[in-house]
Design a protein around this ligand. Sequence first.
Ligand code: IFM
Length: 442
Amino acid sequence: MQNTRAGFPDGFIFGAATAAYQIEGMAKGGAGSSHWDTFAATPGNVVRAEDGQIACDHYTRWAEDLDLMARGNFDAYRFSVSWQRVMPEGRGAPNPEGLDFYDRLVDGMLARGLQPHATLYHWDLPSALADLGGWTNRDVAGWFADYAAIVADRLGDRLTSVATINEPWCVAWLSHFEGHHAPGLRDIRAAARAMHHVLLAHARGIEVLRDMGQPNLGIVLNFEYAEPASDSPADRRAAAVQDAIYNRWFIEALTAGRYPALALEGLEPHMPAGWQDDMAAISAPIDWLGVNYYTRSIRAASPDSPWPATRAVPGPLPRTQMDWEIYPEGMYRILKRLREEHTGDLPLLVTENGMALDAGPDDTDLNDDRRIAFIDAHLDVVRRAIAEGVPLRGFFYWSLLDNFEWAFGYEKRFGLVHVDFDTLKRSPKASYHALAAALARS
Ligand code: IFM
């Protein structure tokens, strides 16, 4: 790896990220059921109908995983708290075992010199709340705020930062319009409501956390650089609509208190009544923004489809195991655009960037040189953005471990550390060793 810690400003944070449902193993510790458990149990939704019941068994192997983080010379660990583990019914009495687990985990990070960066919602909505309509029900905002308060009350004194929601586009659009994630809906009315309620939940979460004096609050958005498939006006419009739904909806609401007109033209008829009255709360200040970036999206017009009438077109660049084009320049453009058009001096963290890579034929391939090149290319872009004034404060690789990649089950491997899902043995890959050397402190 060409990049090393020395090429970054003092205090720049290097970390790795995970999420609760993808690694912990929900069968243990009194966790309730979530909509991902039932989505996975429904034929056709997840590759081989795999689920998060065992995952990487991080619930019992957390100390080994934190040791890997510390030996990898990381400064920080981005983890998520599982709502269903802390509150099995989503509301009401918390599960003491669940809170004790996160207590041990956070203390374990501090004992190893790792900053704890917590995300409160990374997609495992308790089933009892899904039964009530989940993200389509406005009450979800209050349920989320109550849960946020319980987590902050127990862990808040030791957390370096707190993010309310991970990737609201996935929570709302991918899950309620495209149907690829739980709850698997393909319904524009449900999607419009979820697109708004997820931000309202963020707002109510921020309010309650601020009242409790919790510092360093943010949210994590995902961005995909959107490009037209051709110069035709129709394709250019398709890319602009995609950009409005994916990239602009959340950041404009958070920073300017408005939704982009190009997205509202399709969604407004389906929005919950009085949504405009929530925009002031949604745009209350945050302390930092998390940016997740993986790839770009090339869009063409799809004139025979109803709104948004766009379709993805495959591009020519090399791809990851997810079939995503490798396009570091898109991350640079997103970071610059955030700074210039939306976030100004607000500190940014790259909270996720990484690649899935096929394992070798015997499934023990630890030689992931292509991943090393991927990370290096994206760190080049990070340095370029910083040099040009983007207030970027850290970079978290996704992910520490191979894990449950949602609808793809355990097939897609993003980890710096290989996990054998039969034995649960962890084996660091070449990328882990390369990053550990790059991040060594002199
Ligand atoms: O695994 C996911 C993660 O949960 C959220 N961001 C994207 C990753 C890769 O798909």
